[in-house]
Design a protein around this ligand. Structure first.
Ligand code: NAI
Ligand code: MG
Length: 354
């Protein structure tokens, strides 16, 4: 089997971490018996420089014609004077939308070797492995009507939180499917004690669960309690399923648990082609110095392989990253007394060999 992969290295540390992830991907492909066909395209600032457009339609077409897209990061000071549709970030929004990516997946893992880096007590996060499935194209960020009226103290503004049964079902399915590949548990987070839209959310998730996923353990939690549980005992979670705004806040909170952005992968999926990218940005402060942590990008490749049903290759990548961390190698963002400081390419080589 041959997979067509579009690479969008982008800007800053993007090309550096993409290079290491390709190295690792090639190694697992060889071992697992599948092949890869890469097409590299400009995105973000690099595409502005080359085509005066952060996401040219030709690049979108290439992405749509592939099996998956890997994106490094976009943006940087060089393009900060630009506005609106010409900004690097608007290229990112465009490609997510064009690919129909309605589910944003954000796993957070804290291997025992990194527990000391967490803002929480090491014993509260050691071995943590949670996975947020956030609805990405609906809810209060997109609902109509939006408006403003009146003057002075009577001035009002409003947004609308709206979900259809179809929107809830399709993202809930993503969560149940991932739970089956993990520890088989979904926690659906809502505010059903107060919001009508959350009652529809909860009822729809329950019905889908009974009809198609009764083998998966399901529980429901209010968002305020979920936020508290995230700080007290995050290890109770396997897959968290939630809407756009709750997921935005909760997944950012969960992202701090491991101590560095440089470790966190993500995927935006739901359409025919998934987009896989680290949570971090282009890190202009360390770009071009070999200081970037490539693990977030490498772990994004593991998510891509899971989505392509190459789970053994995905597991091999995760095991490789864990091994290198266990051996004490760290980029600067994670380095502590007693660790061995390693460059971006050294870390990529170590994972490849592991
Ligand atoms: P950032 O994530 O690029 O950097 C924040 C801090 O974390 C910096 O100190 C950076 O050195 C560090 N850091 C990030 N990734 C790292 C890694 N892999 N290894 C080691 N250290 C790492 O966020 P910032 O500074 O807010 O944004 C910089 C540029 O990136 C901006 O132009 C922003 O718009 C863009 N950006 C792009 C994103 C994307 O392409 N998905 C996401 C976030 C920001
Ligand atoms: Mg956010």
């Amino acid at each position: 089997k041959t997979y067509k992969i579009t690479l969008l290295p982008g800007d800053g540390i993007g090309p550096e971490v993409i290079a290491e992830s390709v190295k690792v991907l090639d190694a697992v492909a060889e071992k697992s018996g599948f092949a890869l066909e890469y097409t590299t395209q400009n995105a973000g600032g690099a595409a502005i420089d080359a085509h005066n457009d952060p996401m040219p339609d030709s690049v979108v077409e290439t992405c749509k014609a592939s099996d998956a897209v890997l994106l490094g990061a976009v943006g940087g000071p060089k393009w900060d004077h630009l506005a609106g549709a010409l900004r690097p970030e608007s290229g990112l929004l465009k490609i997510r939308k064009e690919l129909g990516a309605f589910a944003n997946l954000r796993p957070v893992t804290v291997p025992a070797s990194l527990a000391e880096n967490s803002p929480l007590r090491p014993e509260a996060v050691s071995g943590l492995d949670l996975f947020t499935v956030r609805e990405l194209t609906g809810g209060i960020y997109f609902g109509e009507p939006i408006g403003e009226s009146g003057e002075g103290d009577d001035k009002k503004a409003w947004n609308t939180m709206v979900y259809s049964v179809g929107e809830i079902k399709r993202v809930a399915r993503v969560a149940f499917e991932w739970a089956r590949k993990r520890r088989n548990k979904v926690t659906s987070v809502d505010k059903a004690n107060v919001l009508a839209v959350s009652r529809l959310w909860r009822d729809t998730v329950k019905e889908l669960h009974e009809a198609e996923y009764s083998d998966v353990e399901l529980d429901h939690m209010y968002i305020d309690n979920a936020a508290m549980q995230m700080v007290i005992n995050p290890r109770q979670f396997d897959v968290i399923l939630t809407g756009n705004v709750f997921g935005d806040i909760l997944s950012d909170a969960s992202a701090t648990l491991g101590g560095s952005l440089g470790l966190l992968p993500s995927a935006s999926v739901g359409g025919p082609v998934g987009l896989f990218e680290p949570v971090h940005g282009s890190a202009p402060d360390i770009a071009g110095q070999g200081k970037a942590n490539p693990f977030a990008m490498i772990l994004s490749v593991a998510m891509m392989l899971d989505t392509l049903d190459e789970s053994a290759a995905a597991a091999a990548i995760r095991a490789g990253v864990d091994k290198v961390l266990d051996q004490g190698y760290r980029s600067g963002d994670l380095w502590r007394e007693g660790n061995t400081l390693a460059s971006t390419t050294e870390l990529g080589d170590l994972v490849k060999n592991a």
